[in-house]
Each structure stands twice: as C-alpha cells, then as structure tokens.
Design a protein around this ligand. Structure first.
Ligand SMILES: C[S@@+](CC[C@H](N)C(=O)[O-])C[C@H]1O[C@@H](n2cnc3c(N)ncnc32)[C@H](O)[C@@H]1O
Length: 288
C-alpha cells in the first residue's frame, strides 16, 4: 500500500494528515497494528503498566504524540497522551501512532474502523478527497447536537470549527437534533415484532444524514435499519434495495476483507432468499 498522504502542520490544530493526490472514495488510506492496547473499562494503572512494557524506542515514539496539557510530566503525561490519541477497538482501546495524527471533523471525509480479521485499524476515504486536502475522522458519534459535541470534544482541548460547527451551524443543529430523536424512535421500533407501517423514521434519517454530508458508518447503519423496516412492512424488494446500499457503504468504510462486510453480505443474501420465496409463491398462485 502506498501512502497517499503526508503529515504536516495544520494551523490551530497541531499536525494533521493531508492528501498528496486525489484519493477516490473507498480507498484504504491506512492499515496499522496497534502499538499497544488496554481492555475496557480501563484504569490509569492499566495504561501505565502497558506503557512500561514497551521497548525504549516504542516509548519514545509514544511520547512524540500530541499532549493536551504540555506541562504534564511522568505518568500524568502518559495518561494525557493516551486519552487524546487512543481509539476504541471493540472491547479494547488502542494506540496507533500513525492513526493518532488524524484530526477531527464533525463531517469527516474518512472513516476509522477496527478490522478484527487483520487485528489492525483501518482508515478509508468515504468521499473523493482532492489533492492537498486535510483527511479528517470523526472523534464523536454523529447523533449529537452542537453543544453536546462541543462538550465531548473539550476533553481533547479544542473547539471544532468545521462547517457543522461554524458557517452551517444553525441548519446542521436542526438536522442533528432531529436525528437524535429519529435514532431513538428507530431503536425502540426495532423491538416491535409485528408487521409495521412504512419505515418513515428510517427514511427520514437517511435523508438527513445525506443532507448533512454524513456518508460513512452512520449512513450504512441507517440503510440497514431502512432495510429492516421495509422487511417488517412486507416490501422485500425495497428491503433488498436498501440492503444493497448498506453493503456499498460498509465496503467503502471497512474494506472488502472486513468481517462487518461479511455480516452485511449475509443479511442481504437472506433478504434476497426471502424475496425469491415470496415471488415464487406469487407465481404459483397465479398459475393455479
Ligand atoms: C489524535 S490528536 C490528532 C493529531 C494532532 N493534531 C497532532 O498534532 O498530533 C488529537 C488532538 O489534535 C487536535 N485536534 C484534532 N482535531 C482538531 C480540530 N478539528 N481542531 C483543532 N484541533 C484539533 C487537538 O489538540 C486534539 O487534542
């Protein structure tokens, strides 16, 4: 894999990752094995003891990472670096020194994932990223209003100035507040076992995510819920259509070798089998 980006200073953000050429959507930008990780729920002593087991050069590499409080020393510095650079990797939290150089945007152009098959983190482009453009990941869940995101991001010691937090803050916040509601409604609705009406909330969420420019993992999950909604409604043709869209987004975010893509492919396969069964039944009833 050739590196398609350089680590350069980014005004007001420390270092950041910038594309050196056009990166098409779905491109694997980085695959990295963690330097170390600790299980969750973690404690400071778990982090300190994992750090102490690293070799001297590895410790030196770790200590070059960004620190929120530059005055922090010794164990406090090790913890500060961990808290501002580590990524959640399923049941553990991992330090990946190269992935730790990506800055945040509430409308990211790349997606971070843990690939358990490779035991590596991956970063994929989720839109076409032009040359000389900063590659951003999202440190936070998308279904949060501006004030909620601001509070969470303050732990990293910065105030985000992406378009969702700046120029477009007002319409964005209206959309995100609605997304919070819809996501909750969908989660409750999924527990219903009976045949349900059209998946209106699921389709509205898909529309809002696209309007907001959130075309990664959250959109994949929204397509999944829309597929489930159409399945419960008895429209398997539409369920298959949304299942296909989910697979497209998942492949772009996680790569073809991800176990998540296997799960999505199996889900789509099941929907197609159900659709074929319904169509066969219909055909037989017409022929009788
Ligand atoms: C994981 S590090 C990212 C790389 C870091 N900029 C560096 O120089 O190594 C996280 C830190 O980067 C900075 N950062 C990340 N995203 C930012 C943003 N959108 N605006 C300002 N600072 C940001 C914050 O200081 C944050 O604590």
């Amino acid at each position: 894999m050739t590196a398609s980006y350089s680590v350069l200073p980014s005004p007001g953000e420390g270092l950041g990752c910038f594309s050196t050429a056009l990166i098409p959507a779905g491109t694997l930008i980085l695959a990295e094995t963690p330097l170390f990780n600790v299980r969750e729920p973690r404690t400071n002593s778990l982090v300190i003891s994992a750090f102490s087991r690293l070799s001297k050069p590895q410790q030196e590499q770790y200590l070059t990472l960004h620190v929120v409080d530059p005055k922090a020393e010794g164990d406090a510095r090790v913890i500060d670096i961990f808290n501002s650079n580590a990524w959640q990797t399923e049941s553990r939290t991992s330090i990946c020194p190269r992935a730790a150089r990506f800055n945040h945007s509430c409308i990211p152009n790349a997606s971070f994932a843990w690939n358990s098959r490779l035991s590596q983190i991956t970063v994929h482009a989720i839109v076409a990223i032009p040359a000389n453009t900063q590659i951003n990941l999202s440190y936070e869940r998308p279904y949060q209003t501006l004030s909620a995101r601001r509070e969470k991001l303050s732990a990293y010691g910065f105030v985000c100035s992406c378009t969702a937090c700046g120029d477009e803050a007002e319409p964005s916040d209206v959309r995100r507040a609605r997304m919070v509601l819809l996501e909750r409604r969908i989660r409750v609705g999924r527990k219903q076992l009976w045949r349900s009406p059209m998946p209106k909330a699921e389709l509205e969420l898909v529309r809002l995510l696209k309007e907001e420019g959130l075309v990664g993992e959250a959109l994949g999950l929204a397509y999944h819920n829309a597929a489930l909604g159409w399945q419960r409604h008895g429209r398997l043709d539409l369920a298959v259509r949304y299942g296909l869209k989910e697979l497209e987004v998942c492949t772009m975010c996680y790569g073809t070798n991800s176990p998540y893509v296997d799960t999505t492919t199996a889900f789509l396969h099941q929907l197609k089998i159900e659709l074929t069964e319904v169509e066969d039944k219909l055909l037989r009833s017409i022929q009788l």
